[in-house]
Design a protein around this ligand. Structure first.
Ligand SMILES: CC(C)(COP(=O)(O)OP(=O)(O)OC[C@H]1O[C@@H](n2cnc3c(N)ncnc32)[C@H](O)[C@@H]1OP(=O)(O)O)[C@@H](O)C(=O)NCCC(=O)NCCS
Length: 345
C-alpha cells in the first residue's frame, strides 16, 4: 500500500517534480471550482507560489500519497498594524480523498500557527456549488460573515453606447481622469496610500475585519509580487481639479497566462464625491481602454458582496451577471481547538 505523508510545501526550495505534482493537484481543484477555465500552466503556478509579498506570511502543507498530492492546507496572516487578530486559511482535498479526516489533520497544523501567532479569529471562503465546504464549516462551529458573488461580463455583449454615455455625462469641468499603467508613480505614493483608504467604506457585513491601512512599503511589495507573476495592473483615478484631491479609482489585472480573462479589482469613490457619476465614468473609461488596448480579453470577472448595492447596480447595468457565489466564514480559534479536541480523528 502506498504511504500517506503530510509535509510542508516551501516554494522557495521545491523541486521541479514537486511543483509538477502541485500543479496537477491545483488543476484538479480548479477544475471543480472553475469548470470552464483552462488548466493553469506550470510556470504560472510556480510564479504564483513564489510571489507572496514579504509582509504576508503563508505556510502551506500538502498530503503526499506516493508521488501525488491529494490535499493541501494553507495558513496566511499579514504582519501589519491592523487585523492582528486574523488568520486566513484554506483547505482543499481531492474529491476521492474526502471524508477520511485529511481536512481535520490539516486544520490542526493551521490552528497551531494561529496559536503561536496569537491570532484569535480564523477566516476562509467556500464555494456555494461545493456543499462539502459549508458542511465542514458548520461542523467547526464557524458562522457566515459575508456572502459574495463572482460577477462576469462577456465583452461581446457589452453595450458600447452605454460606455459612451457614461463618459460623456462625466463632470469634466470639476474632475479629471488619469491612468497609472503598472507601478504607481513615486511622487503620488502618499496620495495613493490615502486614496486606497476608500476601500474601507466597502460593506463588510458581519465580518470582524478592521480597516486596512496600507503603507508605501506594502504597496511596493505588492507590485513586486505582481511583476513576479507577470501580472499587469492598470489603475484609473479621478482627481478634483479645484483641490487636487483624488476622489476615487478603479483597478484591473491582466496576465499573459490567462489572456482572455481580465480581473476587475477595487473600485471606490469617497463618500463626499458620490452621486456625480464618477464610479460609472471610471468603469466605462477603463472598459473602453480594455477594448482598445487588450483585444484578446473576452470576459471581465469581479467579486462583489451581495450587500454592495451601489457597485452591483453599476456592474449589472454594464452587463455583468452572477457567475459563482461564495460565503466567507469566521470562527474563533478557541472553537476550532475545542472541535479538534472533541473529534481527534
Ligand atoms: C471541505 C473539505 C476540505 C473537507 O475535507 P475532508 O478531508 O473531507 O474533511 P474531514 O474528513 O477531515 O472532515 C472534517 C469534519 O467535517 C465533516 N464533513 C466534511 N465534509 C462533510 C460533508 N460533505 N458533509 C457533512 N460533514 C462533512 C466530517 O464529518 C468531519 O467531522 P467529524 O470531525 O465529526 O468527523 C473538502 O470537502 C474540500 O476540499 N472541499 C472543497 C474546498 C473547500 O470547500 N474547502 C473549505 C474551505 S477551507
Amino acid at each position: 500500500m502506498k504511504a500517506f505523508e503530510i509535509k510542508a510545501f516551501d516554494p522557495q526550495v521545491a523541486s521541479q517534480a514537486e511543483f509538477e505534482a502541485y500543479n496537477d493537484f491545483a488543476n484538479r481543484i480548479q477544475a471543480e471550482e472553475w469548470p470552464e477555465d483552462p488548466p493553469s500552466q506550470l510556470e504560472e503556478t510556480i510564479r504564483e507560489l513564489r510571489a507572496t509579498p514579504p509582509f504576508v506570511v503563508r505556510q502551506r502543507w500538502v498530503v503526499w500519497h506516493d508521488n501525488e498530492i491529494v490535499a493541501q492546507g494553507i495558513a496566511t496572516f499579514r504582519r501589519t498594524e491592523d487585523n492582528q487578530h486574523l488568520l486566513w486559511f484554506d483547505i482543499a482535498v481531492l474529491p476521492e480523498m474526502r471524508r477520511q479526516g485529511w481536512a481535520k489533520r490539516l486544520l490542526k497544523l493551521i490552528a497551531d500557527v494561529a496559536q503561536q501567532e496569537k491570532r484569535r479569529l480564523l477566516m476562509t471562503s467556500t464555494d456555494s456549488a461545493i456543499p462539502a465546504g459549508e458542511a465542514f464549516m458548520r461542523r467547526l462551529g464557524a458562522r457566515p460573515g459575508q456572502v459574495s458573488l463572482t460577477n462576469q461580463l462577456n465583452l461581446a455583449e457589452l453595450d458600447r453606447e452605454l460606455l459612451r454615455r457614461w463618459q460623456e455625462r462625466a463632470p469634466k469641468d470639476e474632475f479629471e481622469l488619469g491612468l497609472w499603467e503598472g507601478p504607481y508613480p513615486e511622487e503620488e505614493l502618499d496620495a495613493i496610500v490615502k486614496l486606497r483608504e476608500v476601500m474601507n467604506t466597502e460593506p463588510r457585513d458581519n465580518l470582524e475585519i478592521e480597516d486596512v491601512h496600507w503603507t508605501r512599503e506594502q504597496l511596493r511589495q505588492i507590485e513586486a509580487s505582481l511583476a513576479e507573476q507577470k501580472t499587469e495592473r492598470w489603475t484609473m483615478y479621478v482627481r478634483e481639479k479645484k483641490t487636487g484631491n483624488l476622489a476615487g479609482y478603479t483597478e484591473v489585472f491582466w496576465s499573459p497566462f490567462e489572456p482572455e480573462t481580465l480581473y476587475q479589482g477595487d473600485t471606490g469613490v469617497f463618500p463626499e464625491y458620490r452621486g456625480h457619476g464618477l464610479g460609472k465614468w471610471l468603469k466605462a473609461a477603463m472598459l473602453e481602454k480594455v477594448l482598445r488596448d487588450r483585444p484578446q480579453v473576452k470576459r471581465v470577472r469581479t467579486g462583489n458582496a451581495t450587500s454592495n448595492a451601489s457597485m452591483l447596480k453599476i456592474n449589472y447595468e454594464l452587463g455583468f451577471r452572477p457567475y459563482k457565489q461564495w460565503t466567507t466564514w469566521q470562527v474563533e480559534l478557541e472553537k476550532v481547538l475545542e472541535y479538534l479536541r472533541s473529534s481527534p480523528g
